[in-house]
Design a protein. Sequence first.
Length: 570
Amino acid sequence: MNNFKLTVAKDMLSCLAEISSDINLTVDDILAMFEYPPDSSLGDIAFPCFKLSRILRKAPPMIAKEISEKFKSSVVSKVEAVNGYLNIFVTNEYLINNVLYEIENKKEKYGSDGSGIGKVAVFDYSSPNVAKPFHIGHLGTTVIGHSLKMLHEFQGYDCVGINYLGDWGTQFGKLIVAYDTWGSQEKVENGGVDELVALYVKFHQEAEKDEELNQLARNEFTKLESHDERNIKLWKWFVDISLKEYQKTYKQLGIEFDSYKGESFYTDKMPAQIEKLRNSGLMKIDDGASIVDLSEYNMPPCLILKRDGSTLYPTRDIAAAVYRKEAYNFDKCIYVTSAGQSLHFAQWFKVVELMGYDWYDKLVHVPYGTVSINGEKLATRTGNVILLKDLFATAIEKVSEIIEEKNPNLPNKEEVSEAVGVGSVVFYYLYNNRIKDINFIMEDALSFDGNTGPYAQYTYARCCGILEKASGLNVNTDPVITSSEEADLLKVLSKFNEAVKDAIKEYEPSVITRYIIDVCSSFNKFYHNCQIVNAEDESVRNTRIRLTNAVKTVLGSAFGLICMKKTEKI
RNA sequence: CUGCCCGUAGCAUAGCCGGAUAAUGCACAAGACUCCGACUCUUGAGACCGUAGGUUCGAAUCCUAUCGGGCAGGCCA
């Protein structure tokens, strides 16, 4: 639809020039004025004439009527003046030449405008804390982060996905103490992260009774910080075990990271930034701690160093950002975290600016809402948590039961169950605006009816099934559009690029999820009302087969953008 | 106390850089198809867009106030 609008805008410009020389609009102005009518029967795009009424000193309906009489464009089939709007209809020729053919030519590149070529985007997402449970609280950052990465990649950006692991801090002292006291190599090897978490929990329980344990933990962490050989070895082992398990989940989601540089990596990069802050005079001592005062910007101060001189979260983030700028020279550096951290990001972004780094405006915080389970807050203590691996396992199990019942002879059942099961959860999560708090209702997440992942997966598989049936047919006759369903479908497909652009502009994967539903719903209407392979007329049949193929292409691309895998058969 | 975010049909939401009858799914009530994939499609009912003001030719959308919910706020991340 973008190119259609552009062509119409140019024709509109010359038409307006004919009407009055007082109109000083550019093509871009007109482009921005176009909107979509509330009902598609009104038109494909609309040009509101209200703003022109002041310049022309005429009522909007009069203007619309005047334009409708003079307007000419090769891509427009008709125009109608209604209520001060000029409603514009696209020609079928345009839909065939500029949508169907374009999808066929560009294939999986269709929808991309290449606007990111030559640019670098860095994504900081997922970032679980090592040796802690990986639960649905991490689903947001993981899935939104990756989706944003795929969207940018689609537009041509060079993307770097960074898993900023929480792999440093006093919790490792605790873990080492707990391991030495209650753990064993065998138990940890068999139990993996679950065992590490159990040790961690055990430590906290015992430390409440025995304060001395905390001191022991601090000592062990100090030893770790001074590169004590044994503690380093243990630490690496713990990180390794955790990572191995997270990677299973990442694999189910089809996620790979380019870097796993966690907090530990930046410990030696902080002093330089602290020094810079100190020399610049930005850093002040307040109540013993080192802070950067931000009252001028209506924010509480940003804490850089504790009273005891040790570093804090913002310190490490600043050092990491500087490192990443040097390492990747990014045009965008995107952080996907819960909305609760908005203030912290605003603070240290501001500090980066005050430090004189001219790339401060390339830092982007993408917040998302809090997750609760069945209306209750997440709480590790009360056990109100759902581990991601368990959530996915439940979903996969449910799908596999259905497959067993409906389609027991399906090859590679496991693979399909995983794609559809994991996909249903991802789709459910990415369906709404990321900023909204989400109440995770298992029953809804695993529902297969209505606007769900399985509905989309099923539609895709249906396309594949039809195309398989049609394979071997020569479909290269001239396409003809003979129904409104076909035209509507092409119109929806033509909006893919707009969806991608909006999703990137707003950092909002749900735009794509919603778009997928639009495509599926439009295709299913078409499927229901039009015979495809069985169509009597050969050129009609061929057109419909090619349309089906176009839907498959676009859906396939769109699935990838929200990290949902696709399957040809279900 | 201060700041940020959210508040749309029974439920979950879309629409929010102002524009034509407020859209989708679930649930509910009818119906079509049961043929290319078991799915799906059609129709109906259901909303004074939290409340009150304001700006505008025009407000779910912008501004102010207010209520309700969530989150954050110097030594956690």
